[in-house]
Design a protein around this ligand. Sequence first.
Ligand code: PLP
Length: 300
Amino acid sequence: MTELSHGAAWMGGRIIPISEASIGVTDWGLTHSDITYDVVPVWGGAFFRLPDYLDRFFASVAAVRMNILMDRQEVHAALEEMVAASGLQAAYVAMVAARGPNTVPGSRDPRDCSNHFYAWCVPYVHIVKPEQAEKGTSVWIAKSVRRIPKDSVDPRAKNYHWGDFTSGLFEAKQEGFETTALLDHQGNVTEGPGFNIFALFGDRLVTADQGVLQGITRKTVIEIARSKGLTVEERPLPFDEFLQADEVFLSSSGGGVIPVVRVDAHSFSNGAPGPVARSLRSTYFEWLEEPRFRSPIQYG
Ligand code: PLP
């Protein structure tokens, strides 16, 4: 184990241990949560679906009107150099664009900020421990908060506005649940901290089309599901309908497909992961190893 194998960062062209990586106290990324970011998994020594994650990252950077002065190839090279230096074969790799400090004294104009890119990686993160995911996890629907409306903070640009999720997580932990999911102001199921949500009705899978991050795992699950002959509907999912589902599961770059067996007082698929969620979960892990999705890392 080297120091970098616990986590490494790329800051201004230098690779440093993650424990030494920091941003300034006047950075709008910190003072205004003015950051957009993305997280690509590394599995078996290769990035999974890197072009998709880079597309989403650069779309987010454009949506929040930042200029990081780096193109796709340069970001790819920075990520690869960092992961290679860490030696990590399975990693959680974050690429971040921050608004930066305002460089004009007294200015409150966002255009005067000096935007910057940095990246960091740590050993692969499972948002739900694999042992628990295998048994099926539990989700608490937050009661004190709703998901920030999409016309206030666009969830398609991955962001650090986690106040709603954090409140939901406090509720969930208090109630003895693993994680939380949020409804929108119309009462539809949206997403949770780090995942999209799917509900299965017969051979139809339903997942929210708006008010959520367009997850890359969500996209992968949709492709796998269609390849298995399931129908996929992307549309609003009212909470009352959701509770009638045969199976429920989460999708995340941090652990793939995660079966859910309990939502509030309701139990799903007789309290054990359903057959469709189990099958999608194992196919997701197979797809992680498929050459067509892999961008191998050259370790030094
Ligand atoms: N929704 C939110 C709010 C997220 O933060 C994430 C991932 O971190 C997801 C959904 C799932 O997206 P992906 O499958 O790209 O990891």
